[in-house]
Design a protein around this ligand. Structure first.
Ligand SMILES: Nc1ncnc2c1ncn2[C@@H]1O[C@H](COP(=O)(O)OP(=O)(O)OP(=O)(O)O)[C@@H](O)[C@H]1O
Ligand SMILES: [Mg+2]
Length: 663
C-alpha cells in the first residue's frame, strides 16, 4: 500500500484538537477553492502556440484524421463481417465487391499511416523548439534577477530547473499533448461509433466509464501531489551535490565525509520517498484501469451474447446505413471499438502522471521566471562625449575617451549632458539585506573626482555592502546616493555599472583563454590593450611563463592557476575596462607583498585622475589614500587621512599599530 494515504489536514488545524469530520471537509473544500489556480501548463501551451502555431494546427488536424481512421477500423471490420464473411459462411455470399472494398480500406489505412507519421515528426520539432525557447527565456530572465535571488537559492537547485524541470516539460509536449488530443478524439469518435451500433450496449459502457473516472481522480490526484514534492526534492539533492563538489577540499580538511554522506542520504531519502509514492500511484493506475477495461469487455460480451440470444440487441443506425447488418457483426464491431475506447481512456489517465510531473516542473520554472526582476527605473545614460572650445558637451557616436551622463527631462522635453567626473556622495544611507536587520547605519561620505577613498574595518563591518550599494546590486532603504550630482536610482543600471571598474572580493574567471578572460572587461580591446592591462596588473610575467601564454585555456573558474594569479587576472580584466571609477575590494589580498607593491605601482598609474574606492585589510595598501573611513558594525566611526587618523589615536591607530605588531 502506498505511504501516506491519511487525510490531509487544512492549514492551521491542530492535529491534537481536530474538529468534526463535516467541518474538516468543509474547511478542506474552502481551502481548495481559495487556492490560486496553477496555470503552468497553460503557460507552456502559450509557448507552443506562440512559437509554432501553424505546425501545431497541422498536428491537431493530422491527429484527428489518424484517430478517426483508427475508430473507423471497427466499422470496416463490422461491414466486412456483415457483407462478406457471414454471407460467405452461409453460402449465399457475393464476393465480387470484396477487392474494391479491401482497396478502399487499404487506402484509408495508408492515409492513417501518413498523418500519424506527419504529426509525430512535427511534434518532435515543436517540442524541442519550444523547450529551446523556454530555456532561452529562462536564461535571459536569470541574468535579470536581483542578486538577492541567488543569495536565497542554491545554484544546484537553479541548475535543476534547466535539466530535470525542463525535461518534465519535454515529456509533456512531445508525448502527453499528442496523446491527449489523440485519446480525446478517439473517445469522441468511439462514442459516435458506439451510438451508431447500439444504444443499449452503450449504457453498460457508461457504467464502466464512471468507475474509471473515480479511480483516475483519486489516484491521479495523489500522484500529482507527490510529483510536486519529487521535483522540489530533486532540486535540493542537486543543490547539495553542487555544494559538495564545490566544497570538496573543505569537506576533506574537516574530515566531514561521513556527515556529508549522512546529509546527502537524508535528502536522497526524501527524494526517494516522494518519487516512490508518486510512481506507486502512477504505476498502479495503469493496471487498475486496464483491468476495469477488461472486466467491461467481458461484461459486454456476456450481455451482448444474451441479448443476441433473445434477439434484443438493437442494431441502431448501423442497420439504416447498411441493411445487411447482423446482430453478431454489431457485437463484434462494438467489442472492437470498446477495446480502443478503454485503451484511449487508460492512455489518457496514464498521461495524468506526466501532466502532474510537467505541472510540478513548470511551476518551478515559471516561479523563477515570474520572480520580480532587478528593478531599473533609470533613464540617465552614459554616452561618449566631446567638449568643444566653449566647454559645451555634445554626444558622440565614437569613442572619444570622454564620457557624459545623458539626462532627458521629460517635462521640458530637453536633454542635458553632465560630464562623468566620478563624484560620489552617500547621504544618511541605511541598509538591510533582510528586512528589519539593518547592516549599514547612517552612512554619509563624499568622494571627489580623482580621490582615493579607503574603507577599513573588521570582518563583517559592512565594507563590501557599501560597494554593493554603489553598484546597485541591492537598493537602499533610506537616504540618497548621488553620482556626479545625479541620484543613482535615475541612472540606468547598465550605464552605472559601465562607469564602475570593479575588482570583486571573490574572483570569478570563465572557461576560455586568458586573453578572452581579460577581454571580458572590454570586448573591443585589442591584443595590445590586453597585454598592457596585464602588464599594469603585473600579470604579464606569469602569463608568459604558461605553456600557451595568453592562449592558455582556463577551466573551472581558473582552477589551474594560483589564487594570487587569479586575482592578478581579475585586476587586469578591470584595468582593461578602463572605467572612470575604480572599486577594489580586497583586490590584492592573496598576492604576496612584493608583487602587491608592483601591482600597486601599476594601479597607481591606472588610478590617476579616477575616483577609487579601496577596501583592504593590509593597511600598507591604503596608507596613501585621500580619505580613510573606519567602519565598525555598519557605522563610520572615524574618517581622515592616514596621518590625521594616527594623530587621533583611535581605532585606526590601534589597527595600524596592531597590524605592525603582527607583521
Ligand atoms: N547577501 C547577504 N545577505 C544577508 N546578509 C549579508 C549578505 N552579505 C553580507 N551580509 C551581512 O552584512 C554584514 C556586512 O557584510 P560585508 O560583506 O559588507 O562585510 P565586509 O566589511 O565586507 O567584511 P569582510 O572584511 O569580511 O569582507 C555582515 O554581517 C554579513 O553577515
Ligand atoms: Mg567584504
Amino acid at each position: 500500500m502506498p505511504r501516506n494515504m491519511a487525510m490531509k489536514l487544512p492549514d492551521g488545524v491542530d492535529p491534537n484538537n481536530l474538529p468534526d469530520m463535516k467541518t474538516l471537509r468543509k474547511m478542506l473544500k474552502e481551502e481548495k477553492k481559495n487556492k490560486p489556480k496553477d496555470k503552468s501548463l497553460s503557460k507552456v501551451m502559450k509557448y507552443v502556440w506562440n512559437g509554432y502555431r501553424m505546425q501545431f494546427i497541422i498536428v491537431v488536424v493530422c491527429i484527428i484524421i489518424t484517430a478517426i481512421i483508427s475508430a473507423l477500423s471497427s466499422v470496416v471490420l463490422q461491414n466486412l463481417i456483415s457483407s462478406f464473411i457471414q454471407p460467405a459462411l452461409a453460402g449465399t455470399g457475393d464476393l465480387s465487391g470484396l477487392p474494391s472494398y479491401l482497396a478502399l480500406c487499404g487506402a484509408l489505412f495508408c492515409v492513417g499511416i501518413a498523418t500519424g507519421a506527419t504529426y509525430n515528426i512535427l511534434m518532435a520539432r515543436i517540442g524541442q523548439g519550444t523547450l529551446n525557447n523556454i530555456r532561452k527565456d529562462m536564461f535571459r530572465k536569470m541574468q535579470r534577477l536581483p542578486i538577492s535571488y541567488f543569495d536565497t537559492h542554491l545554484s544546484g537547485d537553479i541548475m535543476s530547473l534547466y535539466t530535470n524541470d525542463v525535461d518534465s516539460l519535454r515529456q509533456f509536449i512531445c508525448q502527453t499533448l499528442p496523446q491527449i488530443i489523440n485519446s480525446s478524439v478517439m473517445i469522441l469518435a468511439s462514442v459516435g461509433v458506439m451510438i451508431y451500433y447500439s444504444l443499449y450496449l452503450l449504457v453498460v459502457v457508461i457504467v464502466g466509464i464512471f468507475a474509471m473516472l473515480i479511480v483516475t481522480r483519486k489516484i491521479g490526484g495523489a500522484s500529482g501531489r507527490y510529483f510536486m514534492m519529487q521535483q522540489s526534492a530533486l532540486g535540493k539533492v542537486n543543490g547539495f551535490i553542487e555544494e559538495s563538489i564545490h566544497g570538496q577540499k573543505v569537506i576533506k580538511v574537516f574530515c566531514h565525509e561521513d556527515e556529508t554522506k549522512e546529509k546527502f542520504d537524508e535528502k536522497n531519502e526524501a527524494l526517494c520517498s516522494s518519487a516512490t509514492s508518486a510512481n506507486t500511484y502512477a504505476n498502479i493506475l495503469m493496471p487498475i484501469m486496464g483491468n476495469i477495461g477488461n472486466i467491461l469487455y467481458v461484461l459486454l460480451a456476456i450481455v451482448g451474447s444474451i441479448m443476441i440470444a433473445f434477439g434484443a440487441i438493437n442494431v441502431g443506425l448501423a442497420s439504416l446505413i447498411n441493411p445487411e447488418t447482423t446482430m453478431l457483426s454489431v457485437l463484434i464491431g462494438f467489442l472492437t471499438i470498446v477495446k480502443s475506447f478503454t485503451q484511449s481512456i487508460s492512455g489518457l489517465s496514464q498521461q495524468i502522471n506526466f501532466i502532474s510531473l510537467a505541472r510540478a516542473g513548470g511551476k518551478r520554472i515559471f516561479d523563477m521566471m515570474e520572480t520580480p526582476q532587478e528593478e531599473d527605473h533609470g533613464y540617465v545614460e552614459l554616452v561618449h562625449a566631446r567638449t568643444n572650445a566653449d566647454g559645451e558637451i555634445t554626444e558622440s557616436k565614437e569613442y572619444t575617451g570622454e564620457w557624459a551622463w545623458k539626462h532627458p527631462h521629460k517635462a521640458e522635453g530637453t536633454v542635458t549632458y553632465t560630464r562623468l567626473a566620478g563624484d560620489i556622495e552617500m547621504h544618511e544611507v541605511d541598509f538591510a539585506y533582510v528586512p528589519g536587520k539593518t547592516i549599514l547605519h547612517d552612512i554619509t561620505l563624499y568622494a571627489k573626482p580623482g580621490q582615493k577613498i579607503a574603507f577599513v574595518g573588521s570582518t563583517g563591518a559592512g565594507k563590501t555592502t557599501i560597494i554593493n550599494l554603489i553598484s546597485r546590486f541591492y537598493d537602499i532603504e533610506d537616504g540618497k546616493i548621488r553620482y556626479d550630482g545625479i541620484n543613482i536610482n535615475k541612472i540606468k543600471k547598465s550605464s552605472l555599472r559601465d562607469s564602475l571598474g570593479m575588482v570583486l572580493q571573490e574572483t570569478n574567471l570563465f572557461t576560455g583563454t586568458i586573453k578572452e578572460n581579460i577581454r571580458y572587461g572590454n570586448l573591443e580591446a585589442t591584443d595590445e590593450d590586453i597585454i598592457n592591462s596585464a602588464k599594469l596588473a603585473n600579470a604579464h610575467d606569469f602569463i608568459m611563463r604558461l605553456p600557451d601564454g595568453y592562449d592558455t585555456m582556463l577551466e573551472s573558474d581558473g582552477a589551474n592557476l594560483s589564487q594570487g594569479q587569479r586575482q592578478l587576472l581579475s585586476i587586469a580584466r578591470t584595468a582593461c575596462e578602463n572605467a572612470p571609477v575604480l572599486i577594489l575590494d580586497e583586490a590584492t589580498s592573496s598576492i604576496d607583498t612584493r608583487t602587491e607593491l608592483l601591482v600597486q605601482r601599476g594601479m597607481d598609474k591606472l588610478m590617476e585622475g579616477r575616483t577609487v574606492f579601496v577596501i583592504a585589510h593590509r593597511l600598507s595598501t591604503i596608507m596613501n589614500s585621500d580619505v580613510i573611513m573606519v567602519l565598525d558594525h555598519g557605522r563610520i566611526i572615524e574618517r581622515g587621512t592616514h596621518e590625521e587618523l594616527l594623530e587621533q589615536k583611535g581605532s585606526y591607530y590601534k589597527l595600524f599599530t596592531g597590524a605592525f605588531e603582527l607583521e
